[in-house]
Write a protein that binds this ligand. Structure first.
Ligand SMILES: C[C@](O)(CO)[C@H](O)COP(=O)(O)OP(=O)(O)OC[C@H]1O[C@@H](n2ccc(N)nc2=O)[C@H](O)[C@@H]1O
Ligand SMILES: Nc1ncnc2c1ncn2[C@@H]1O[C@H](COP(=O)(O)OP(=O)(O)OP(=O)(O)O)[C@@H](O)[C@H]1O
Length: 276
């Protein structure tokens, strides 16, 4: 059995700049990976069966993004091999940390290698986009300025940072927030060259805070220590610090009922070198 990481992402800012005719939203965002996430283990099978060894409670294994990613790879390549997939879940579902998307990307990257398929990064990104808007960036593997629905990616260089991430005890549905009437969809697009750390905001944040007071409460607490933001469609919120000590210090004084973690910002996905 071989084990592979599936890191979380943070959206350092997230602007909704428009809407496509199919209802998907046009975004501008910066993605950063952190050294905290799920991990996946695979045993290759020669009978073609894809099996989730430890299904997530309440989620039909056929709907699990790991299984859907593996089947998509089989369909596209005609590969006759299968896999047992074991998922160690640490990332909260509906947390805005991209857990399901990262799991799917790790399946694409890992099985591309374990099944000896040699698909290019570009090809895997395209397959990823069919599974979800957040999947391509995990395959792309670098901190990115993203546009489109999140699939048009350009690498960015970010300063070292340690993040305090708070995990409110609610799962936020991404669809619910994007289809909400109060969401503003007309933020003026910025140029990538205008981006600097700390710029912008998360346009989904006011909508989520109104619907989920626990998110507002975590944000308010963290704002006393830094520029706190929500990631993705929530529920998690984060603030950046320039040293691990500072981040740990803030984390150590949080109220006991607030869950969370401290994580280091990464420049690259840990599986970046899987594709040449
Ligand atoms: C909010 C973010 O986390 C920011 O990184 C992502 O845009 C969400 O990406 P994701 O979870 O992979 O989302 P998907 O599974 O592709 O889409 C879930 C639902 O969210 C809405 N959605 C998602 C992405 C997007 N750019 N516009 C949307 O309107 C759509 O209603 C879609 O049916
Ligand atoms: N392997 C998986 N892990 C987590 N969720 C999964 C998985 N497969 C399918 N899902 C579905 O995807 C939904 C969103 O889960 P996810 O953990 O990706 O949320 P998220 O962090 O809010 O995502 P994003 O930031 O991409 O919006 C879950 O509620 C669940 O129904």
């Amino acid at each position: 059995m071989t084990t592979f990481p599936a890191p979380a992402k943070l959206n350092l800012f997230l602007h909704v700049v428009g809407r496509r005719p199919d209802g998907y939203h046009l975004l501008q965002t910066v993605f950063r990976f952190v050294d905290y996430g799920d991990s996946l283990s695979f045993t290759v099978r020669d009978d073609g069966v894809i099996r989730r060894v430890n299904p997530l409670p309440g989620l039909d294994p056929e709907q699990d993004l790991t299984v859907r990613a593996a089947r998509l790879l089989q369909q596209e390549t005609g590969c006759r091999l299968g896999a047992d997939i074991f998922l160690e879940k640490r990332l909260p579902m509906g947390g805005g940390l991209g857990g399901g998307s990262s799991d799917a990307a790790t399946v694409l990257l890992a099985l591309n290698r374990l099944w000896d398929l040699n698909l290019s990064r570009q090809m895997l990104q395209e397959l990823g986009l069919r599974l979800g808007a957040d999947v391509p960036v995990f395959v792309f593997g670098e901190s990115s300025f993203a546009e489109g629905v999140g699939e048009k990616l350009q690498p960015v260089v970010l300063p070292p940072a340690w993040y305090v991430v708070l995990v409110p005890s609610v799962a936020v549905s991404t669809v619910e927030i994007f289809t909400s009437r109060e969401l503003t969809r007309d933020t003026k697009p910025i140029k990538m060259s205008d981006f600097s750390t700390g710029c912008g905001r998360n346009d989904l944040e006011p909508v989520v805070c109104r619907k989920y007071p626990q998110v507002a409460e975590c944000l308010e607490w963290l704002k006393a220590f830094g520029d706190a933001r929500m990631t993705g469609s929530g529920a998690c919120v984060f603030a950046a610090f320039s040293s691990q000590e500072e981040a740990n210090k803030v984390f150590s004084v949080k109220p006991a009922q607030m869950a969370g973690f401290v994580a280091k910002g990464l420049d690259r996905h840990p599986l970046y070198d899987f594709i040449s």
